[in-house]
Design a protein around this ligand. Structure first.
Ligand code: AMP
Ligand code: MG
Length: 417
């Protein structure tokens, strides 16, 4: 190898392709086994077993209206001029049962949700019948099954409710509760610690001294973790000193996953990578072909998975979305590890300077033609306000150097699930 080529190699180590990096990351993700949680704690967790409806919903035929329950055959030929007259033989409210049959020529008063008495097959709305002297008058024929909610019409016994690997969401709770699932088998969540490194960092409730900034990454990463149903352990901040960082790492070592922000770049105070390497971390990759987010470090140390994230706040978020979120979703047993991506029309052109996968903070909007997306006016890995104005990232592939208005682009919505 020529001296010149050696030189190039030293100053510009290979950037791992994003898709390759994702493969490496996902290969390290293994589920942690099941546990049972109460239904109310199950939201956001991932089912470890298929859930089958053990009983039907509704559990019995019942009335969808307040009215009179009748035998529909009795009402054939009923008209305004010649109403059918049925004898009222009882009343049944929700939660009760009628202890007798409704025979030919009879009707019973019934309330919404009350079980259909034996013999009856339909309900006439209160407003459509007339009651006088113990007699119910019906003025038009009633079709069998009218205003009846059939047993199992919501879900029949034996049907699949949710399959293993699906995340339990708010919309599932009612059904699961209705079917009596007081507890559910879910995958154990990994324990995850968050550590922010940097001598410039102060806590968000502290005043700024010269040269200092607030630690926003710690809070944002913790919130992103909570959104995945993981309760993070926030270790706060560590200044860029070997002993301080080492001490925090000892604390972090009890967790399954360690997220460290800052200190993984090439600066002389970027100690995290060096410390971890000295402590015996197995590095699977360092630096990915992505912008922002290039300095990402990934590996294992003492059996724990470590993500070393760039300190720039937007880089940090992008790395979370592209790598950490799919990793954790897979660890949590979720079948679909990717956050839903959509396609949208660009409203303006985009130029890239390097052949890296690039993510742009952007505003995704609904317009006449469908979805449109506009990059925020400012782009930069440290632009917190650009992120605040965004509801999505535009993802531009490595090879694409320019995009024009009305081109269709891939969009990663925030913080959709
Ligand atoms: P680093 O990755 O340590 O080189 O940091 C890159 C940039 O991100 C620097 O401008 C840092 O001040 C900033 N930064 C690092 N950590 C944080 C943090 N926890 N919150 C906000 N900004 C940070
Ligand atoms: Mg730093």
């Amino acid at each position: 190898m020529s001296a010149h080529r050696t030189q190039v190699h030293v100053s510009a180590p290979r950037l791992t392709r994003v898709d390759e990096a994702r493969r490496i990351v996902l290969a390290q993700a293994t589920t942690l086994g099941p546990e049972r949680v109460r239904l109310e704690d199950g939201i956001g967790r991932v089912l470890a077993q298929d859930v089958i409806a053990e009983a039907s919903l509704p559990p019995f035929d019942n009335s969808a209206m307040d009215g009179y329950t009748v035998r529909s055959a009795d009402t054939a030929g009923a008209s305004r001029e010649q109403p059918v007259r049925l004898k009222l033989v009882g009343k049944v409210a929700a939660g009760q049962t009628l202890e007798r049959e409704v025979n030919r020529g009879e009707a019973a008063k019934i309330m919404t949700g009350a079980p259909l008495p034996i013999g009856a097959d339909s309900v006439v709305m209160l407003e459509e019948a007339r009651f006088r002297d113990g007699i119910v008058e019906i003025r038009s024929p009633v079709a069998p099954g009218s205003h009846i909610r059939k047993v199992g019409e919501d879900i029949p016994a034996g049907n699949s409710v949710l399959t293993a690997g699906s995340r339990i969401r708010l919309q599932h709770l009612g059904l699961l509760a209705g079917l009596g699932y007081a507890t559910l088998p879910v995958y154990r969540s990994p324990t995850v610690v968050v550590l922010a490194t940097g001598s410039e960092l102060v806590n968000i409730d502290e005043p700024l001294a010269p040269g200092k900034i607030r630690n926003s990454n710690g809070l944002v990463l913790a919130a992103l973790l909570r959104q995945l149903g993981i309760q993070p352990l926030d270790l706060g901040t560590a200044v860029d000193e070997r002993v301080r960082i080492q001490r925090k790492l000892q604390e972090a070592a009890a967790s399954d996953v360690i997220l460290i922000s800052g200190g993984v770049s090439v600066g002389e105070h970027d100690l995290v990578k060096r410390i971890l390497r000295d402590l015996g971390m197995e590095i699977f990759f360092w630096r990915v072909n992505m912008k922002p987010g290039k300095p990402l470090l990934f590996g294992r140390w003492r059996g724990k998975v470590i993500f070393g994230l760039p300190g720039n706040p937007i880089s940090c978020v992008v790395c979370f979305l592209e790598f950490i979120s799919p990793f954790l979703r897979k660890v949590m047993g979720e079948r679909d590890v990717d956050q839903g991506r959509v396609h949208a029309r660009l409203t303006q052109s985009i130029r890239k300077k390097e052949p890296r996968r690039q993510l742009f903070t952007a505003k995704l909007e609904e317009d006449q033609g469908g979805l449109s997306v506009t990059p925020t006016p400012q782009q930069g890995s440290g632009m917190l306000n650009s992120l605040a104005q965004a509801n999505a990232f535009i993802v531009v592939p490595e090879e694409t150097m320019r995009l024009e208005a009305s081109d269709l682009v891939e969009v990663l919505p925030l913080w959709g699930d």
